[in-house]
Design a protein around this ligand. Structure first.
Ligand code: BTN
Length: 257
């Protein structure tokens, strides 16, 4: 169980984690963070829960995680950057989680476009960013993170691709310490986000991405694009070399083929 006192104690951040909203059960931390943001709550607060009844995933999917085993949280930021940067926030959040997991486990984390983190080729973390735009700028951004930490068994439907840090590395992590380490990284990298200086974040992401040079297919609704994964486009799309030339995808599910 998370305790506010433990989360706040020694947390050396300047913006992220100044306030915590803790729940045992909630529908979705993203939905809650959005409501708080709409009510004008200052940036940097974190909504954390032990369990979600309607956890949201990408592309309208749900996110399911057992209670008291994982990290399910959302951070609210108001970076006041151009709306064109919104597609890059996911790489920022992914790098913060990757750095924290690597520093506490000593094991390498891989990145999969657009927003998954993997260990041994299986997904440990998903990120759902929900932005509110105001004219040409981001008014606020809800950074939702679901990280499978100590959960050992997964439902049959997802068991072939979902895993946890415990399953892959045979360690049980202290979730409070892990959450605080991630928040420190989110706070540190936020400086680069506010200045729209993404090159270091994208370089780090690229270094952890094992898809480049491999044949992939990207499912976008009824359309499938197949080709060799080449690089990220400046706005965070994935450039693939198809039989008909280069094509950039901005959404969808990637599979190695
Ligand atoms: C994905 O589809 O991979 C993204 C999953 C994101 C799940 C997290 S869990 C905490 C936060 N609250 C939600 O409802 N979703 C995100």
């Amino acid at each position: 169980m998370f305790k506010k006192k433990d989360l706040l104690s020694g947390l050396r951040t300047s913006i992220v984690g100044k306030k915590f909203f803790l729940f045992d059960t909630i529908d979705s931390t993203n939905t809650c963070a959005k409501a708080l943001a709409e009510a004008g709550t200052e940036e940097g607060f974190v909504v954390v829960t032990e369990y979600q009844t309607s956890g949201k995933g990408r592309l309208g999917r749900s996110w399911k995680a057992d209670p008291e085993k994982n990290l399910l949280f959302s951070v609210l930021l108001r970076p006041k950057v151009r709306k064109e940067s919104s597609g890059l926030l996911t790489f920022y959040a992914a790098m913060a989680v990757a750095r924290a997991v690597e520093s506490l486990t000593g094991s390498k984390v891989e990145c999969k476009w657009p927003n998954d983190l993997l260990i041994n080729g299986k997904k440990i973390c998903g990120i759902l960013i929900e932005n509110a735009l105001e004219n040409e700028h981001i008014e606020y951004s809800v950074v939702g993170i679901g990280l499978n930490v100590n959960q050992k068994s997964f439902a049959k439907e997802i068991g072939h691709k979902a895993t946890s840090i415990a399953n892959e590395l045979n360690v049980e992590l202290d979730r409070t310490k892990l959450l605080k380490t991630i928040l420190v990284e989110i706070d540190k990298l936020y400086v680069q986000v506010k200045e729209e200086k993404y090159h270091l974040i994208l370089k780090e992401w690229n270094d952890r991405c094992s898809m480049y040079g491999k044949m992939v297919s990207v499912q976008q609704g009824k359309i499938t694009w197949s080709g060799i994964a080449k690089e990220l486009s400046p706005d965070g799309g994935l450039v693939i070399e198809t039989q008909n030339g280069l094509h950039t995808v901005h959404a969808g599910d990637v599979t190695l083929i």
